[in-house]
Ligand binder design. Structure first.
Ligand code: MEV
Length: 258
């Protein structure tokens, strides 16, 4: 009998790159999915290589297909091993959020000890959009390597940025849990500023984001980014304007048998 599995793409609200070095990240599954069936034809509405976790999503769907069940822990473990082959030094956040869905607080303490917890948001997120600046020239593996090289050369500088990113990630957690008053747009802007300081956002993407900020919007890259030309997906939040962009729902269902 044919077997069909689907898994969602993701966006990272905060913590990309820092998560590779043991800092926390918050990621959310989005309403775009990849489907694989037992004959191997693949259908997907997740743009490839643009920061929405296309490779991790494929790894998760293929893992579920191989195991032929949705024991999520098993699927996630196998998907992580596929991701490692593909991208070298992944944190595991992408495959974890695609496996479990929803919103995930994720931390890689060490190679053999990764922790995560689902976040059940107490606030409703709306007015969120995605704009695709295009597929970066650099792969995720190359961008992770670039940040690794920078950290080797300028450890105090990079770890300082990571600590500030962690503070922003914690701000997002407080916001989602409604535990303290947080400015959601301000957190997005701050996160983007830190990613720019890290050097993972290209000049053309920065100028797009400045234009969005000029019309009182907030925007950040999501995922590994890109330095040379495009930087992949940009997450936009705007309270007032109904933007005619790809609107995105966060917190969607994880891997499932179709
Ligand atoms: C990619 O979606 C997120 C990065 O932090 C890499 C990773 O966590 O493996 C850039």
């Amino acid at each position: 009998m044919g077997f069909k599995v689907s898994a969602p793409g993701k966006i990272i609200l905060s913590g990309e790159h820092a998560v590779v070095y043991g800092y926390p990240a918050i990621a959310a599954a989005v309403n775009r999915r990849l489907t694989v069936d037992s004959d191997g034809r693949i259908a997907s509405d997740i743009p490839i290589g643009c920061g929405m976790g296309s490779s991790a999503t494929l790894a998760v769907a293929q893992a579920a297909l191989k195991i032929k069940e949705t024991d999520l822990e098993k699927v996630n473990k196998l998907a992580y091993s596929f991701e490692k082959k593909h991208h070298g030094n992944p944190s595991g956040v992408d495959n974890t959020v695609s496996t479990y869905g929803g919103f995930v607080w994720y931390r890689k303490e060490s190679e053999s000890f990764k922790t995560f917890k689902k976040i059940l948001p107490k606030v409703r997120l709306s007015k969120l959009y995605l704009v695709n600046t295009g597929k970066p020239q650099e792969s995720t593996k190359e961008m992770v390597k670039y940040v690794g090289g920078l950290r080797k050369a300028r450890r105090t500088f990079v770890d300082g940025i990571f600590k500030e990113i962690e503070a922003v990630t914690r701000g997002f957690l407080d916001f989602l849990l409604n535990e303290s008053k947080q400015d959601f747009g301000g957190l997005i802007r701050e996160n983007e500023k830190l990613l720019e300081k890290l050097g993972v956002v290209s000049e053309s993407t920065k100028s797009l984001i400045r234009r969005i900020e000029k019309i009182r919007g907030f925007a950040k890259i999501s995922g590994a980014g890109g330095r040379k030309e495009e930087s992949g997906m940009v997450l936009i939040y705007h309270k007032d304007i109904d933007l005619k962009l790809m609107s995105v729902k966060l917190g969607e269902e994880g891997v499932r048998i179709e």
